[in-house]
Design a binder for this molecule. Structure first.
Ligand code: AMP
Ligand code: MG
Length: 544
């Protein structure tokens, strides 16, 4: 651990190895022939700490004492720079909602540099909301508390859930007000300004490659791809056409893995534009994301996307593929052969089907995924989850309580009762908590759910596993605690009043999402009725 912040050692490969824009002002502009522009964070009035993640501090060799110091507040609100920090904003483009948008770039993110920690691990640090950059277009480069709380908490929640993600070191209030129209409806309000310090091995996006390609700057495209392979994919070795293809294949795999994790935990990103797709397959840019409450594959939290629902829960793997196709087109000039790229993309589709089955089998506590028998079982489950409003998280968590050995009709033990003799009500009892309107469940719905349960129990009994082992394996992948949309909003409401205790309490609970935590039952409950249609709980926009 370092003794003070001043001991932080920066080793800025990005700015050392890649071309910079000669203009060092933050004047809005097209940045051509460069990967980044140097720009300083804007000074803020009276910064204060809302929360920090001690584990991320540890990754950076920063003790809690350092993270609670006033110097920490100064540095990670953007008010002072440490020696060898080299602030810059990167250039990238992107497809937004299916359309090429040209240059976007770090409009309100300012990178501080990279550190190599005591284990030799490299981390890039980035402030979000630290003022305008050349890429800010018509916007202010700032961020408000509500979206910053959401980014801070969700990054860490995802990490602890085992989902690949960027991390968040700190959340600061700037002491200044920022005016936002939360729903682009002419109703602008001042809100508290905030800055999050994000941390990741790299913040490179699909759109970074796309912009150089779109501009026909193939030399820079090659330089940037080679740099990315050298820094973020060093195991691939020296760049060549074959290595480019291997690299693309790995990016496809990482993207698919990320989306499968989202499917597993019920996360909807909300804005899967290609500028929000990390080349490392990390969940990045927490904007109008949301967590599935009732299982609805058509749900999107993003009101900006309400029309087409392009980024709905059930479409995320498909959009991941669409985005990878755009990336493939972006790097095509380096490969000049469509076929090998197409083959890799074809494989993504096949892999998704197989891996989704395997992921669901693990969620169901099956020791192995047998596609012939298990695919129909899973398909019917996904229908069963939609026969009534069903809380996805509670459903899977409670499903683990079902003791198939006690219920199994195939079991020879004389103590056991015949599964077919069990009433629908009896079988459903452990799951009732998951239903938003249990009283409204009709006989028909109950019978369909129970029918599925009987099939599931029979399937479980084909595995040679104790109830306890199955229970533990299910609870290791089906979280008890997720960042429910309304919980984040409650924490925001309090924080906006100056009480940051709930942000910190949520951070603490979400550190152990798979463990039962005493006294924390209220964090694992279904969404209350008041939150059903409340802004921030079920409806969000890109305004942040
Ligand atoms: P997003 O939809 O949040 O991923 O943002 C798309 C683009 O808009 C990115 O280039 C962002 O940096 C930029 N952007 C979003 N909000 C702001 C803001 N308040 N000020 C400047 N740029 C922004
Ligand atoms: Mg973005």
């Amino acid at each position: 651990m370092l003794k003070s912040l001043d001991e932080m050692q920066f080793d800025n490969r990005f700015t050392r190895d890649l071309p910079a824009d000669p203009d060092t002002s933050n004047r809005r502009r097209e940045v051509l022939g460069a990967c980044f522009a140097r720009v300083s964070p804007t000074h803020v009035k009276s910064p204060s700490l809302v929360a920090y993640a001690r584990e991320v501090g540890e990754e950076l060799d920063l003790s809690p004492k350092i993270c609670e110091s006033s110097a920490f507040v100064d540095v990670f609100s953007g008010n002072s720079l440490l020696a060898n920090m080299e602030p810059y904003a990167t250039c990238y483009g992107g497809h937004q909602f299916g359309n090429w948008a040209g240059q976007l770039g770090d409009g309100r993110a300012i990178n501080l540099g990279e550190i190599v920690n005591r284990e030799g691990k490299r981390w890039a640090l980035q402030l979000k909301g630290a003022g305008p950059t050349p890429f800010s277009r018509s916007a202010d480069g700032l961020a408000v508390l509500r979206s910053s709380v959401r980014e801070f908490l969700c990054s860490e929640a995802m990490y602890h859930l085992g989902v690949p993600t960027t991390r968040a070191l700190s959340l600061m209030l700037t002491g200044e007000q920022v005016v936002r129209e939360m729903f682009y409806d002419g109703n602008a309000q001042p809100e508290p300004g905030a800055v999050v310090c994000r941390v990741a091995p790299s913040f490179t996006r699909f759109g970074t490659f796309q912009i150089f390609s779109a501009r026909g700057d193939i030399a820079l495209l090659r330089q940037f791809v080679d740099y990315t392979i050298g820094t973020d994919f060093p195991h691939l070795g020296n760049p060549s056409k074959a290595v480019y293809l291997e690299w693309f294949e790995e990016v496809c795999q990482k993207t698919l893995t990320m989306v499968l994790h989202w499917e597993r935990v019920g996360f909807v990103h909300g804005v899967m534009n290609t500028d929000n797709m990390s080349i490392l397959g990390l969940t990045i840019d927490y904007g109008p994301y949301g967590w599935l409450e009732d299982y609805d594959p058509n749900w999107t939290p993003n009101t900006t996307d309400a029309g087409g629902r392009r980024y709905r829960f059930g479409n995320q793997a498909e959009v991941g593929l669409w985005n990878l196709i755009q990336l493939a087109q972006g790097i095509y000039p380096l490969i000049e052969e469509a076929e090998p790229l197409e083959k890799i993309l074809e494989n993504y589709k096949k892999e998704h089907v197989i891996k989704q089955g395997q992921m669901m089998a693990v969620k169901l506590g099956l020791t192995q995924y047998e596609s012939v028998t298990d695919a129909p079982l899973i398909e019917e489950l996904l229908q069963v989850l939609q026969v009534a409003e069903t809380d996805m998280t509670i459903f899977f968590r409670n499903l683990a309580n079902i003791n198939a050995h006690d219920l199994g009709s195939e079991n020879q033990d004389s103590q056991k009762t015949d599964l077919e003799d069990q009433s629908d009500e009896f079988l459903l009892a452990p799951l009732m908590e998951a239903y938003y309107h249990p009283d409204a469940l009709g006989t028909k719905e109950k019978s369909r759910i129970a029918h599925w349960l009987r099939q599931y129990i029979n399937r479980l009994n084909q595995d040679d596993v104790s109830h306890e082992d199955k229970y533990n394996s299910m609870n290791a992948v089906n979280p008890k605690y997720v960042l429910r949309n309304y919980l984040a909003q409650l924490a925001i409401d309090k924080s906006e009043q100056g009480d940051h205790s709930m942000v910190n309490e949520l951070l603490e609970v979400l550190r152990k999402p798979y463990e039962e935590q005493e006294g924390k039952a209220s964090f694992a409950e279904k969404r209350p009725e008041w939150a059903r249609n409340r802004a921030g709980c079920s409806m969000l926009s890109c305004s942040s």
